[in-house]
Design a protein. Structure first.
Length: 123
C-alpha cells in the first residue's frame, strides 16, 4: 500500500500513514517532509511492528509493518494511533488530564476512521 496523508484538521499538522515491510517507499516520501538530520535518525531507528513520531518540521508518521487485517494488527495500529495523538497534543501543550481527555478521544477516533477508510478489513 502506498503511504497516504491525513490532515489533523483542527491543527496545522498532518500525519503520514504507511503499512508495509519495505520501508524504502516510506523513507523516500518522508524525505520531502523532514530535514536530513531527522531522516538519518529515522532510517537508523530499529522499529519493529509499528512506529509513531513527529519530526521537527511538524510532519507526523504512523507506520505498521503489516496492514491491519486481524485483531493483533489492529491492536498495533491502535497503539500507534495513541502515540501519534499523544505526540501531537504534547507538541501543542495539551496534556492528558480528565479535562482534556475529550480531545484525545476525538483525535483518536478521527485518525482511526480516516485510516480505516484506506484499508480493507476482513469480515
Amino acid at each position: 500500500m502506498k503511504p497516504f496523508i491525513i490532515p489533523y484538521v483542527v491543527f496545522p499538522f498532518h500525519v503520514m500513514v504507511y503499512f508495509g515491510q519495505d520501508r524504502e517507499p516510506l523513507f523516500n516520501i518522508a524525505s520531502k517532509y523532514i530535514d536530513d538530520e531527522d531522516l538519518k535518525e529515522f532510517r537508523e531507528d530499529e522499529f519493529k511492528d509499528g512506529y509513531a513520531a513527529m519530526f521537527r518540521s511538524g510532519a507526523s508518521l504512523i507506520y505498521c509493518r503489516e496492514e491491519p487485517r486481524d485483531p493483533r494488527t489492529m491492536g498495533i495500529l491502535s497503539h500507534e494511533i495513541f502515540h501519534a495523538v499523544s505526540i501531537l497534543l504534547d507538541r501543542v501543550e495539551v496534556h492528558l488530564t480528565s479535562s482534556s481527555e475529550e480531545i484525545y478521544a476525538y483525535l483518536t477516533g478521527y485518525l482511526t476512521e480516516e485510516i480505516y477508510k484506506h484499508i480493507k478489513l476482513k469480515k
